[in-house]
Design a protein around this ligand. Structure first.
Ligand code: NAD
Length: 506
């Protein structure tokens, strides 16, 4: 399947693509190894943001399906799954990864249509998700406890044991990619999973679950679509769920943490960000402009680690701004199915409203709009939720556009004159997910990396996440780290064994 196969105007192309991607698939809840409708028979629609038309009807699940899924996951946990050898679970996860690979084009097309991201990028994210499943299948084989030296004749060691049923909730911006960040470490360590995908983009999660049929035992992976309060909340409140993991907004994270407190359930949270990129006076300007453009325009700015505040040293401000404006002009906005498109629409109507409201607010707050700010001047794109790359200059760090997560292709340029001021501005924010430093001076890079309050600092590049690289936030950006070996610790609990070695005589 290539982008060339979808000829015609944007609406025709997308309708044909929707047909092609969905005709052979029933998008039901995936519970205990089978596809099910909601017991109430109710559904909701997921839509294509490039043309604002429905793609598929999805079961609107509620606590009844959540309970069925948790029961199935509990039985699977008590059954063979946690008793399998680690090598056997690892082999099954790799088999699932192979099955996803074999269906990579369909998954990529579904992701593109559901989120609006360019098809080629969507396929690359599917590859990324598969890579994470294989990564955890591999590293879990060397994950375990340790021996602890103590005084006296005792042998003390720890072992890592799974929790049982994990409840996982994901957002709409990187649907399958973030599913892999959560499901793979949970299953690799012997847990079972009930996952609620975002109601706006549930397609790849549901299809990927179906592709686990005949590979993962029934009940090991369950995917229950629905709204946050109707399906997400009962999952977080269920007392048989022994571990919760959530990615989404910080305010939702608060609600989930409170629900987790009622059952003393451990919780990891991957929340929002408003990450600074500091461009020092010795920066390579082209490197800075490229990192800045990818940092705010990739995925139409709907990235938790977006570099959404650029702090510019006053000496390079003019040169950087010119180079950045050139990059913004080259960031092709268009039909996600077209080859060469770098930025598709925002993922849904509500996000478009939110982003345009923030653009209005920026002007009201006194920032200077350098470029963008509205929909592209292209009648083909009129019905979708498109927005141009947008850059505000003269932004003060206390403006709302500098402090709040816009989650769109809207950049804020701020100016500093010395190192202390840059670090103070970078850290004067409630979030702490990522930070970016652009400099040719290695000492300055290390010093700034150490001084920025964030879970990840990338130097001279965007993004900073990768296989095996711990990813997660300081402050209101969350608790815990995904993507890395330590994630396996989040999905296991420590059992200590302390054994008296005295009296060896027979
Ligand atoms: P959201 O918080 O609105 O929704 C996320 C998920 O939570 C959805 O599945 C939703 O249905 C569910 N949910 C909503 N209310 C709930 C409730 N009361 N109980 C249980 N579940 C509930 O977030 P979003 O708009 O989907 O995603 C965007 C946010 O996610 C941004 O803030 C972004 O920064 C963040 N994000 C963070 C990371 C990270 O790794 N730190 C990655 C991607 C996105």
């Amino acid at each position: 399947m290539t982008t060339d196969e979808f000829k015609g105007d944007i609406r025709q192309k997308h309708r044909r693509a929707i047909d092609e991607a969905t005709t052979d698939i029933t998008f039901g809840a995936w519970i205990d190894g089978e596809t099910r409708p909601a017991t109430t028979g109710e559904t909701f629609q997921t839509s294509d943001p490039a043309i604002d038309e429905p793609i598929a009807d999805i079961p609107r699940c509620t606590d009844e399906e959540i309970t069925a899924a948790v029961d199935a996951a509990q039985s699977a946990f008590e059954g063979e799954w946690s008793d399998l050898e680690t090598s056997e679970r690892s082999a099954l996860l790799n088999e699932w990864a192979d099955e996803l690979s074999a269906n990579r084009d369909t998954l990529g097309l579904l992701e593109c249509l559901d989120t609006g991201k360019p098809l080629e990028y969507a396929k690359a994210e599917i590859d990324g998700a598969i890579a994470f499943i294989s990564y955890y299948a591999d590293i879990v084989r060397s994950h375990g406890g340790k021996q602890i030296p103590v005084d006296g004749d005792s042998l003390v060691y720890t072992q890592r044991e799974p929790y049982g049923v994990c409840g996982q909730i994901t957002p709409w911006n990187f649907p399958l990619y973030l599913l892999a960040w959560k499901v793979a470490p949970a299953l690799a360590t012997g847990n079972t999973v009930v996952l609620k995908p975002a109601e706006l983009t549930p397609l790849t999660a549901l299809y990927a679950a179906q592709l686990s049929a005949d590979i993962l035992p029934d009940g090991v992976l369950n995917v229950v679509p629905g709204y946050g309060e109707e399906a997400g909340a009962p999952l977080t409140e269920h007392e048989a769920v022994r571990k919760l993991a959530f990615t989404g907004e910080d305010l939702t994270g608060e609600t989930i943490m409170k629900a987790a407190a009622d059952n003393i359930t451990p919780v990891t949270l991957e929340l929002g960000g408003k990450s600074p990129m500091i461009v020092f006076p010795d920066a390579d300007i082209e490197t800075a402009a490229e990192a800045a453009a990818d940092g705010i325009f990739y995925n139409t700015g709907q990235a938790c680690d977006a570099a959404s505040r650029i702090l510019l040293h006053e000496d390079i401000k003019t040169e950087f701004t010119e180079a950045f404006l050139d990059r913004a002009a080259d960031y092709t906005v268009g039909d996600p199915l077209e080859e060469g498109t770098m930025m598709g629409p925002l993922a849904h109507r509500g996000q478009h409203e939110k982003v345009t409201d923030y653009i209005e607010l920026g002007t009201e707050e006194g920032a200077t709009l350098l470029t963008g700010g509205s929909s592209p001047d292209d009648s083909e794109l009129d019905d979708g939720w498109f927005i141009e790359p947008t850059i505000f200059d003269d932004v003060d760090n206390d403006m709302r556009i500098a402090q709040e997560e816009i989650f769109g292709p809207v950049e804020c340029l701020l100016t500093f004159s010395d190192y202390e001021e840059a670090i103070e501005m970078a850290n004067d924010i409630d979030y702490g997910l990522a930070g970016y430093v652009i400099t040719e001076n290695a000492s300055r890079a290390h010093q700034a990396a150490s001084d920025i309050d964030a879970g990840l600092v990338a130097v001279n590049k965007y993004p900073g996440d990768d296989l095996g690289v711990p990813f997660g936030g300081y402050k209101r950006s969350g608790i815990g780290r995904e993507c890395a070996e330590e994630t396996l610790d989040h999905y296991t609990q420590t059992k200590t064994v302390n054994m008296d070695l005295k009296n060896p005589e027979l």
